[in-house]
Design a binder for this molecule. Structure first.
Ligand code: MN
Length: 284
């Protein structure tokens, strides 16, 4: 049962209630590597060894209040930021009622589009917040469950998908609306919020049955459950791994349910994924 966070200047922490135990010293077990670096996230690739050290360190760890630290993405260097387009039917319906009309699109679902990739440089933690590069263009929130790949692999069968999951996090797939390709509109700096921490896979018995919620300035916007995913977590892993090798630290944004809406600089997003966390993310 572990909630692992990255905070301040690349400190490693364990979250317990509203406290964070500083276990940065556990990173010492990560082997030194030289160029060319392996295509993975070093923390996730060595997660078991790091967690072993954490057990040794936690008793004497320095503690911080969660409120006094800045939370970064628990996965610092995801090799791939994979994302699922239109993976909830009710979101397809609202997209067609709204954006589809504006941009002359007939919005289909993940069965048709497959997956897309977001830039690695778009990844931030909840404490860093979202910066809108084009405040005059509509920019939307999308609450999503994020899956973090632990053990890599190709052609992973659906019934073995869970063996490849290191853990879960909450995600915001921030989206500039418009006619450009998804991979561009969703890849601006700070548009992939991941956090507030990594919940290890053993803590989540069924990722396909988690409530998702999101409010903007206290106004409810999104409220749904991952049981309505068109491609559920297991299917996403199977499907993705038929196209490319999954690597330790790859993250999968699993798609957003209905209720997406605009954000503006100054907004306060409060969001949650059941069993993972509640988080507050500021928009600038
Ligand atoms: Mn999305």
């Amino acid at each position: 049962m572990t909630r692992l966070c990255r905070f301040n200047e690349d400190r490693l922490g364990i979250v317990e209630g509203d406290q964070v135990l500083d276990v940065t010293e556990a990173l010492g077990v990560i082997p030194e590597v030289r160029w060319p670096y392996p295509v993975n996230d070093a923390l996730i690739a060595n997660l078991d060894a790091v967690l072993g050290q954490v057990e040794r360190l936690r008793a004497n760890a320095r503690t911080y209040a969660l409120a006094e630290i800045v939370l970064k993405s628990p996965v610092a260097n995801p090799p791939k930021v994979i994302a699922a387009p239109v993976n909830y039917l009710k979101h397809q319906a609202e997209a067609n009622a709204d954006g589809g009309k504006n941009f002359d699109m007939d919005v289909k679902t993940i069965d048709y589009y497959g997956l897309f990739l977001k830039s690695g440089s778009s990844v931030v933690g909840v404490g860093e917040g979202v910066v809108m590069p084009f405040p005059d263009r509509r920019t939307d929130h999308e609450i999503e469950l994020v899956v973090v790949i632990g053990k890599g692999g190709r052609n992973i069968p659906i019934d073995r998908a869970r063996e490849h999951i290191a853990g879960y996090a909450l995600g915001l797939d921030i989206t500039l609306r418009g006619p450009e390709d998804r991979s561009l509109r969703k890849s601006c700096d700070s548009f992939s919020v991941i956090g507030p921490w990594l919940v290890t896979a053993d803590e989540v018995s069924d990722p396909n049955a988690l409530d998702l919620t999101l409010e903007v300035n206290g106004e409810p916007r999104q409220s749904a459950n991952t049981r309505d995913l068109i491609f559920n977590v297991d299917k996403l892993i199977e499907y993705a791994s038929t196209f490319y090798e999954l690597m330790p630290g790859d993250v999968i944004f699993t798609g957003t349910p209905e209720g997406v809406g605009p954000i503006l600089p100054g907004d306060k997003i409060t969001c949650g994924v059941e069993g993972i966390a509640q988080a507050t993310v500021m928009v600038r």
